[in-house]
Structure formats: C-alpha cells, structure tokens
Design a protein around this ligand. Structure first.
Ligand code: NAG
Ligand code: NAG
Ligand code: NAG
Ligand code: NAG
Ligand code: NAG
Ligand code: ZN
Length: 950
C-alpha cells in the first residue's frame, strides 16, 4: 500500500505553529506497535490451543490453487426492501491436491453462500460434501468431505454467493460522490481494497500471498458504466441476466499473482490515456468532471517516465500490457498497488495547477512512484508471508524517491527522504516499545496482527535501512543484485534472506568493494533487533562508542536481542567540510585516530544522514560545530545542518545532552534560508509548543521565534518581489510556507495583514481565488484563526464546493484553526455526520481540532461524550482510531490531565479500546513523561528564551 496508509499527507507536510499546526510534530510514543499490541490482545483474549484445523489462522499445505474463474455483479442502486447495496457472484477455483485430505479450507468472510459444488478435473468422481459452514473467527469456509481428495489430482470448487457492497473501505465496497450542480446527481462506484486480507470478502479464495494463481475475471454491470480489472478489458457484450439487461465485460487472464493484489472497479468515470505507439497502455481514471478539468494530466505525464525509470533500474521490462491508475473519492490508504489497476485516494493522483501546491505535486509523484515500484518488487516477486511486509513496503518507500527524482530532477527529493522517512522512523524506533523490522512468521497470524504491521517502522525505517544498504554497496551494485533477484524469483515468493543472497552475489562480483562482513551479517543487526545506536565520538581522543538510543532513558527494554543491541555501523564523516574515508564501527567501543581533532577543527559524522543512527560528540566538538554554524553555516551540508538540530533535540529528550544545547542549535536559523534545517527545527520546537502554549513560557518562546524568523520572512518578501512571485526552487517554495506560517503565528509585523488581506479578496470574489496554491493552507489557517464566523462559514462553503480533493483537504485542515470555541464545537459535531465530513477524514479532523490550543479540551470532551459512537465506527480494525487517541492526548502534561485520562480509561475498561488499546497505554505513559520533562526543564527553557529573545 502507499505510505499514506498510516499518516495522511496533510499531517505529513503541515508545519508546526500556526494555531493547530502542532499536529505535525513527530512525537514519540505515538505509533501502534504490533508486537506490544499483540501481547496485550493475547492478555485480553488468551489463545485457546486450536484443536481443529479450522481454528488455525493459516491454511494447511494440502491444497494449492491453480486458477479462478470469477464473475461478479455489483448493484449500484440500493435494494429498497433490504436497504442494502449488494453484489452477487460465482466463482470456480481449480486447485491441486498436494496431500490426501477429506477437508477443504478456503477463506470466505461476510459472504452468504447460496450454492456449493465440487467436481474432479480428471474424470474421476469427486468426494461428496458431508458438511460445510463458515467459521467466523478464522474466516474460513469449511467443507468436510465423505472421502479423501487424492494427492496429485485437480478439483474444481464452484460457489455462488451474495455479499454486501458496504461503504466500509474494505474488500468489494462502494464509494459515493455527486456530480453536476443543477441538481447534483449522486453516483456510486463499486471498487476494491483487498490488502491485506479482504479478498475473502469478495469471493471464496485461498487468501494468502504465497497462494498465487491465474484469475479469469468477468464483471456484470449496468449499461453506461465501465468495468475495470487487473487484466485488459476484452469483449463487452449486452446480455440479459435474471431478466435484467446488463453489460458483461471479460478481462485478459492475469499472470500468476497473489489475491491481495486483485482489483475491480465499476464506475461512470472518465479517462485519459497515453498516445499510440508506447508499448504499455497507460490510462488515468477519475470522476468525469476531474478528468474534464485536466486533473489527471500530471499523473499521465509522469507515469510513463517513472515506469521507464524502473524498467531501467530493475533491468526488467514492465510485466503487463497496461497500467490503469484510478482516483477514488473514498479510499482508506494513500494508494494500493493492485497489479495493473492501481487505486488511489484522489489527493494522491489528481493535480490541478490552479489549486494544487508543490507539496501536493510531490506527493503525487512519490505515491505514483511508490506504487509503480511495487509492480515488480511485491507483485512480480512477492513476500512469502506478511512478516516480511517491511521489505515490500520499506523498499517501495525508498525507491519511490528515486523514481520521483527521475520524473522531477530539479526537486532534489532524494535529500528530503531524510526529513520524511529517516527522522520520522528514528523518533518512533527510539522507544522501548518499538519492534524489529522483521517479525517471526508465527507471530503474525490474525488479520489484526497483519494490519498492525502497516506502521512507521515498516515503511520509514524499512526505507531508511535499505537506503543505508544501497549507500554502502553503492547504487549500481544494489541495482544489480535487485535485478538478478527479480529475475530468479519472478511469479513466485521469497523471504528477505533471498534478497541478501543476491545482493551478496552482486557485492562479491564487484572488485574493490570492501565490506567488513557479509550483507547478511551487517543487515540482520538492523532488521532483527529493534532500535538503532547513538554513536558517541570523543574528538579529543578519537575514541568512539555505540549504544542503543532510547528517547526515555528510564524505559526498560524487556525485548531480548540476538545481537545485544549492537550494530555494525557504516560511518561516513567529514572534517572541516572535507569528506574522509568512511569508517565501520563493528564493536561497542573503538578508537579511530583520524577522528581525533585539533584546535578549531570540527568533525561531523553521518554525512548526508546515510546511516540510520544518531551522533553525539564531546562538548568541545559541539561547540566548534555551533561556532561553525553561527559563522559560516554553509560549510556544513544542508542535510547535516538539519541533522545537527534533530540529533541535538533528540539527545536532549534522552537526557544525553542538555536542553539548552538543543536550543542553541536553533540560533543560526537567523541566517539560514534553507528548508531542511528550518523544517527540522519547526518540528522539534513543536513539542515545546505542545508543552508550553498554555503556560508563561509561551510569551518568551514566541518572542524568540519572532526574532529568528523575521529575517527569513523578509528574505522571502524580497525574493518574491513583495509576495507577487513564487520562488523557483522546490524547497524554497516549501520554506516560503514555513516563513509565513511561523511569522504569522509569532506576530511578525505585516504577516497577518498579508494573509487576512488575501483571504478577504477571495471572499469578495469566491470564483476567483488568487491565493497561490502553495500558500493556501497557511493563509487559510492564519486568516481563519484571525477571523470569526464570517470567515469560517465562507471557508466551509468553499470546502463543500471544492471539486478537487487536495483543495478540500486544505480547507478541512484550516477550518480547525479558528479560535472561536462554538465554531470548533460545531465543527466537531460535523465529524459525526458523513454527509458533512467523509468517514475517511473524520478522525483527522478531530485530531486537527485537538492540535489547536483552543480546541484541545473541546476535542477531548467531544471524544469522551461520543465515545460509543466513535468506538463503533472506528474501534474495530481501523488504525485511525489509535491516531485519534494519540492526537487528543498529545498535550497532556499535568496532574489534572493525567487523572482525567485515568478516569476515562477506568470508565471504559470493560468495553476495551479495540485497535487503540496500545495507544491508550502509550498516552498514559507519555503524559507521565511529559509531566516529568516539563518539571525538569521549564525554568531553564523560560530563562533561555527570555535571554535570547532580546
Ligand atoms: C468461466 O466460467 C464461464 C461460465 O461460468 C465459462 O463460460 C467460461 O468459459 C469460463 N472461463 C474459463 C477461462 O474457464
Ligand atoms: C446474509 O445473511 C444474513 C443472515 O441471514 C443477513 O442478515 C444478511 O443481510 C445477508 N447478507 C446479504 C448481503 O444478503
Ligand atoms: C448495450 O446497450 C446500451 C443501451 O442500449 C447501448 O448504449 C450499448 O451500445 C450496447 N453495448 C453493446 C456492446 O452492444
Ligand atoms: C540538488 O542537489 C545537488 C547535489 O546535492 C546540489 O548541487 C544542487 O544545488 C541541488 N539543487 C537544488 C535546486 O537545491
Ligand atoms: C481575478 O482577480 C485578479 C486580481 O484581483 C484580477 O487581476 C483578475 O482579472 C481576476 N480574474 C477574474 C477571472 O475575475
Ligand atoms: Zn506500498
């Protein structure tokens, strides 16, 4: 899945500071960790030892599918007697018997079976059925037979069934939207999201990734609608079925593939396609209005080049004949890499130059790139089981930056991976409750355990360690290993060791590539144990050591590690700005004399943050680095300027260096114009805002930031000719947004007038929005924060009328910026009404409101009051529920809040917290940690801000 699965783009790119902006802060203790949560689940429902095969969650190895022949018929109008949208289907699966058995287990979930029959494919008579039923907990259709299926024989199981086409975003589901204005017409789309375990909701299937088969699809659909599936659509004919006239569309059979990559869609969408002559047909599908407005053009323009980039990168041609990409109004993940038919959230595919920002554009380029990368890595070669999900997703996340870089070479997105993946991954992997990237197969069984793996560790740490690997092998060697790996295992399944083996082969055949150990030896330390090291360098002696970095030094690590929390660390480093010969740290402590530093020389380790570790120095080297930053900061590469800030703040949280040292790393920002250091500081200071925006530290902190940001604000004012132009460089465009948002929220003269003026102009001529798309979110937020009901109602109307999802998202976020309590309360109530706020967006909106200092307590009250409703809608499997708990408790840092939280937990203990179980525990732990941090640091911080804001 696209990485948007667990964090929305808006959360990802919004800066701190303007009112609610703090939601973007990456704060520790915030992600659901599968292992820990599994433990808790286990404690709540102790596993009973399965006594029958159907009580096991995994399929037995007696049967293996060969091909399916599936016909599905989704009804896009509601059945007036039942009030349900439904689909009907028939499926015939041919399977091979591997071991004699009198039992067929095949996945099926929430399907009502109306017919079931078994025949033999080789003339013999098939066993007769003794008994069959749906086993709900393990999601099996269980068929007991009167005699044995014979090893070596093939059989065909035929089923007919009815399922609900619900609006639950999983399996075969429906999405709705309206089109036209006079009057608006309601449209229904039938679409799918199978990953990880919902193909079984669409038809009975052997629903495990290694159970690859060939799929023959047929869809029945109303005249005037178009049907899509993984394979190219073949004939469409009009037929009469059960007295109804429908169109029947069949599709080219798929290659051997996994069930989780299937997709089918019936809609009234429009499309654009690539020109004749290109060898792969590329089509972009979306609502007709969106296509007519050209919103698919950017995706179409970039898909071809990105596909070509990956063909070259993998040395392997695209395995299919077409690539459809479709934007859906309701979609839970960011995107899904279904083979040949990729599904997207609208914001991840549709671009409109008149209203989309450069961040929207970057998001689209990287998500397309992520999904296309999976067409080979994941789809052609698939992990054997979900425990290796990290390899699939970490890999796609890493190379998505390479693909996007090839499509937009001027953006330098490969640098931004440090902000977007590496730092984020470190902030969660520094917790004692983190987990190793690679899980044991037997620890990932139940659907909930599988879903939990889609987290920051899997995506971002996975990307970070694979990037590190590619950096020390060098990219050509890495790509060579990939190519032989893909070629060897195409159409089949692998475990991560298979990739190590092929990378080792590539390394061995590269003269001059000296590794201190095998790929396996080095990498297993990064994937089989959680966490990462802080490397401490004493430049007075050249001594160097590593230890497990923990954000909370008091936390207890009770997870044993096979490598005792030591790593083999590749260290690229520089002295006075000059790159030095990389050093491998292979033991707990070592001495590397070249790192000994004399006089005013400074040294800096982890150049370009190519390694997944933090760095600490003796205090003299810290001083020399800070001196360098304050005299000529550009002598230090821009990525490492961001690194110095991020490392210092995190080392301070871990009480390894003082909070004052961390704050001192922000002094040079007065002269800094680059995005990465500003963005990093902004994020890290976000925590200070959360802790202090209701206290007396707030004043001096505002004054300090006002002073630091004023030169940046003036710089952008100048280079944009008084805000009439947009800077050329991609990252400057981002930093312009930071300049405005930080300036406006800290009261820099002229800022609020600017944003409210622009907003007023828009209110005068709603059809002519002249605010530049890059600046819209910040401008809306600032103007709505400064305004009242008039501004809010206007923005709400614009939200309702927005025809592009990214614009709607910006407004949805900004509406949470108002400082008027009753408006915030009304907005909270809208979150319970799917007609006003789509279900996919509701928890985000509540979290945005909680991010606003005024909205914090309102959101907390709201969630407690509507607990049952929210629990029923989101508590089951949805990750957004954990995000909700996390979001509304982030500011908690007082005794009173701790008591309230405890009371809330006690009151609801009986029902439990569903998918937020661990989030609730972490909220408790975090509140205590916050209280401690505030108590220890508040006085010093107050004084430092006061002294440095003059
Ligand atoms: C699939 O089933 C339909 C009827 O159910 C049949 O007409 C068609 O030939 C089958 N296709 C394949 C590839 O088996
Ligand atoms: C399936 O059967 C159950 C129980 O009879 C019924 O409540 C449900 O509505 C049925 N589902 C569909 C889609 O017909
Ligand atoms: C099917 O019928 C519809 C409505 O009568 C018509 O518009 C369409 O062209 C027909 N399609 C085919 C393939 O005959
Ligand atoms: C992109 O990165 C390269 C190498 O790091 C650098 O030389 C170049 O100036 C950067 N371009 C932009 C637009 O920042
Ligand atoms: C939109 O507003 C701008 C600035 O106020 C003006 O120059 C332009 O003519 C307007 N465009 C339309 C279509 O009204
Ligand atoms: Zn993915």
């Amino acid at each position: 899945m696209g990485k948007g699965f667990f964090i929305s783009k808006t959360l990802g790119i919004v800066g701190v500071i303007v009112g609610t902006g703090v939601v973007a802060t990456i704060i520790a203790l915030s992600v659901v960790y599968s292992q820990e949560k599994a433990k808790i689940n286990e404690a709540v429902n102790p596993p009973t030892t399965p006594s029958t095969p159907w009580e096991h969650y995994r399929l037995p190895d007696s049967l293996s599918p060969v091909s399916y022949n599936i016909t599905l018929w989704p009804r896009l109008v509601v059945n007036t007697s039942t009030g349900l949208f439904i689909f009907t289907g028939q499926s015939a699966v041919v399977f091979q018997c591997k071991k004699d058995t009198d039992l067929i287990l095949i996945h099926a979930n929430k399907l009502n079976l109306t017919l079931l029959s078994l025949i033999s494919r080789d003339g013999a008579t098939a066993p007769t059925i003794k008994k069959s039923w749906l086993e709900v907990p393990t999601q099996f259709l269980v068929i007991q037979l009167n005699s044995n299926l014979m090893a070596g024989s093939q059989y065909e199981l035929y089923t007919e069934f009815i399922g609900e086409l619900a609006d639950d975003l999983g399996g075969f589901y429906r999405s709705e939207y309206t089109e036209g204005t006079s009057p608006p017409v309601r449209k229904v789309v039938a679409t799918t999201q199978m990953q990880p375990v919902d193909a079984r909701k669409a038809f009975p299937c052997f629903d495990e990734p290694a159970m690859k088969a060939v799929f023959h699809m047929t869809l029945l659909h109303a005249h005037g609608t178009v049907a899509l599936a993984n394979g190219m659509n073949l004939a469409s004919v009009n037929v009469t079925v059960n007295g109804q006239d429908v169109t029947r569309t069949s599709f080219q059979p798929t290659p051997l593939m996994s069930t989780y990559l299937l997709a089918f869609v019936v809609s009234e969408f429009g499309f654009i396609h690539s020109t004749e002559g290109e060898k792969v047909l590329i089509r972009i599908w979306a609502r007709k209005q969106a296509i007519a407005e050209g919103q698919g053009d950017y995706a179409l323009e970039k898909t071809g080049p990105i596909l070509e980039f990956f063909e070259n990168y993998y040395s392997s041609s695209y395995p299919l004949t077409k690539s459809d990409q479709i934007a859906l109004p309701d979609f839970s993940a960011g995107a899904m890499e279904n083979w040949g038919l990729i599904t997207y959230r609208e914001t991840a595919l549709l671009y409109n130059p008149a209203s989309s920002s450069n961040g929207d554009k970057e998001w689209i380029a990287t998500v397309i790139s992520h999904e296309l990368a999976h067409m080979w890595f994941g789809n052609l070669v698939t992990m054997k089981w979900w425990n290796d999900l990290w390899l699939n997703e970490g890999f796609a996340s890493y190379v998505s930056y390479l693909g996007a870089n090839s499509a937009e070479p001027t953006w330098n997105v490969t640098d931004l991976i440090v902000l977007k993946e590496v730092h984020g991954a470190m902030s969660v992997d520094a917790l004692a409750s983190s987990h190793p990237l690679s899980a044991k197969e037997e620890d990932v069984m139940r659907p909930a355990q599988i879903s939990e793996l889609f987290d920051t560790i899997t995506y971002s740490k996975g990307a970070a360690v694979l990037r590190m690997l590619s950096e020390f092998l060098t990219e050509p060697v890495f790509a060579r290993g990939l190519s032989t790996y893909l070629n060897t295992f195409k159409y089949s399944n692998t475990v991560y060791q298979d990739l190590w083996k092929h990378l080792q082969m590539a390394a061995d055949s590269t003269p001059g590539l000296d590794l201190p150990a095998s790929v396996d030896d080095i990498m297993n330390r990064w994937i089989l144990q959680m966490g990462f090291p802080v490397v401490t360098i004493d430049t007075a002696t050249g001594s160097i050591n590593q230890r497990h970095f923990l954000l909370d030094p008091d936390s207890v690590v009770d997870r044993p590690s096979p490598f005792k929390y030591e790593w083999i660390v590749p260290i690229k480093w520089m002295k006075n700005g000059k790159d030095q010969t990389p050093y491998w740290l292979q033991t707990k402590t070592a001495t590397h004399l070249p790192m000994k530093t004399l006089g005013s020389d400074w040294m800096l380790a982890n150049t370009k943050v190519s390694g997944f570790f933090r760095v600490n120095y003796d205090s003299s080297n810290w001083d020399r680095l800070l001196t360098q930053l304050s005299t000529d900061h550009e002598a230090i590469p821009v990525i490492n300027r961001a690194q110095v800030v991020d490392d210092a703040f995190n080392l301070a949280r871990a009480r390894i260096v003082s909070t004052i040292l961390a704050l001192r790393t922000t002094l040079f920002l007065q002269r800094e114009r680059e995005y990465m250091p500003w963005q990093t500081a902004d994020r890290n200071l976000g925590y200070f805002f959360l802790m202090f925006d209701r206290s007396d530290v707030y004043g001096p902190m505002q004054a300090y930031l006002n002073k630091q940001v004023t030169p940046l604000f003036n710089h952008f004012k100048t280079i944009t000719a008084d805000w009439t132009k947009i800077p050329e460089k991609h990252t400057d465009q981002y930093n312009q947004v930071n300049a405005i948002s930080i300036a406006c929220s800290t009261g820099v003269a002229g800022c609020e007038e600017l944003t409210t003026g622009w907003f007023k102009d828009w209110m005068k001529t709603p059809e002519n929005n002249t605010i530049h798309p890059n600046l819209r979110q910040t401008v809306y937020c600032s103007a709505i924060a400064a305004g009242g009901v008039e501004e809010w109602d206007f923005a709400w109307r614009m939200y309702r009328e927005a025809s592009i999802a990214s614009e709607a998202d910006k407004l949805m976020y900004s509406l949470a910026c108002t400082r008027v309590p009753w408006l915030l309360n009304r907005y909270l109530n809208y979150c319970l009404d799917p007609e006003k706020i789509r279900k996919q967006d509701a928890t985000f909106t509540i979290v945005y409101i909680a991010g606003n200092v005024v909205g914090q307590s309102l959101a907390w009250d709201f969630v407690r009051t509507n607990w049952n409703h929210l629990f029923n809608d989101y508590g089951g499997g949805s990750l957004s529920f954990a995000r909700l708990i996390d979001g509304i408790t982030r500011r908690f840092s007082s005794e009173f809040e701790l008591k309230q939280l405890q009371l809330f937990i006690d009151e609801n203990a009986e029902q439990g917290f569903g998918s937020a179980t661990l989030a609730v525990d972490q909220a408790l732990e975090r509140t205590k940690a916050n209280m401690k941090w505030v108590a220890e640091n508040k006085a010093d911080i107050y004084k430092w801000f006061t002294d440095n804001s003059a």
